[in-house]
Design a protein. Structure first.
Length: 305
């Protein structure tokens, strides 16, 4: 079993009725209220643009359509499932009721048809116990070093985190993170991005007594630490993802995030990856950015004769 941190294939969902989600507005402080036909059309075009630019860079994109008007956050599929190099697909319990409707059997069937899926572990019924865990929004996975970084929140149940990590044979690294108003950050993947050789992280959001443990993990795994300010986190600098392109690794991030990085940070990043900024300002109004829009495929491909 070969572990690959930067996947060369992703799943994306193109929404036909995009809007901000009133059911997640209370705890997702990154979200802005938007709605209307023009907003939906622009989000559709932005997802199309991301898919096209990723494919141009050599990343395989499995693009699905969402024609439902009952799933405003479907553009963020990484929250309801994750895939793993051991052949596991994990389905997660979502906090908002309308987000539970995003789970799609056709996506799971497609993965089973084209990749070596050995087991599907479905935790989605945990919602009946008010237990929630939102995929790689809640857990930032370091596939190389078998670690899962998790900001504790009502969307990331500690007990279920530990159970999933045991199932996947990864170490949970659970910590807290708060915005300037002391509101817990809703998803870990807006605070940090882990790549093959570096980590971008909003350390100022983490309580000081927890920072040394995080830094020790990064140091032990030989990760270069790029510290993000609270302002940069709010501009989605932490919500990026490293992918394997045709010729080299790329860091997919939004134009908003790229514009918020300092020249020094960009120079450090370019030692490791090619930066691929994409304008998705409409999608970002829903409180997520490029990382949330792509679900990495870490499964082994099937060998067709």
């Amino acid at each position: 079993m070969n572990k690959v941190h930067a996947p060369n294939a992703v799943v994306m969902m193109r929404p036909h009725h995009f809007t901000s989600n009133p059911q997640t507005m209370m705890d997702n402080t990154f979200q802005i209220c938007t709605k209307g036909r023009d907003v939906a059309k622009q989000a559709y075009l932005e997802v199309t643009r991301v898919a096209e630019q990723l494919m141009a860079a050599g990343v395989m994109v499995h693009l699905f359509e969402d024609e439902s008007d009952k799933t405003p956050d479907s553009v963020f599929p990484n929250n309801w499932f994750s895939t793993h190099s051991n052949g596991s697909v994990v389905v997660y319990p979502m906090y908002a009721e309308n987000r539970r409707l995003e789970i799609r059997q056709d996506v799971l069937d497609y993965l089973s048809e084209h990749y070596e899926v050995k087991q599907t572990i479905d935790y989605s019924n945990r919602v009946n116990r008010e237990v929630f865990l939102e995929g790689t929004g809640s857990m930032v996975l370091d596939h190389n070093n078998s670690a899962a970084y998790v900001v504790e929140s009502k969307r990331s149940n500690r007990e279920l985190v530990e159970q999933v990590c045991t199932e996947l044979a990864v170490e949970p690294v659970i910590f807290n993170a708060y915005d300037v108003n002391k509101v817990p950050v809703y998803h870990t993947n807006v605070v940090m991005c882990v790549a093959d050789q570096f980590v971008m992280v909003g350390l100022d959001m983490v309580p000081k007594h927890q920072q040394p443990r995080l830094l020790a993990h990064f140091r032990n795994n030989n990760l270069t630490v790029i510290k993000l300010s609270n302002t940069q986190v709010n501009q989605f600098c932490g919500n990026a993802i490293e992918l394997q392109g045709r010729n080299n690794k790329v860091l997919a991030l939004s134009q908003t995030a790229f514009s918020a990085l300092s020249l020094e940070q960009i120079e450090v990043l370019e030692e490791f990856v090619e930066l691929l900024p994409i304008d998705i300002s409409t999608v970002e109004s829903a409180g997520g950015s490029v990382r949330c829009m792509v679900a990495g495929v870490h499964l082994p491909s099937k060998k067709f004769n």
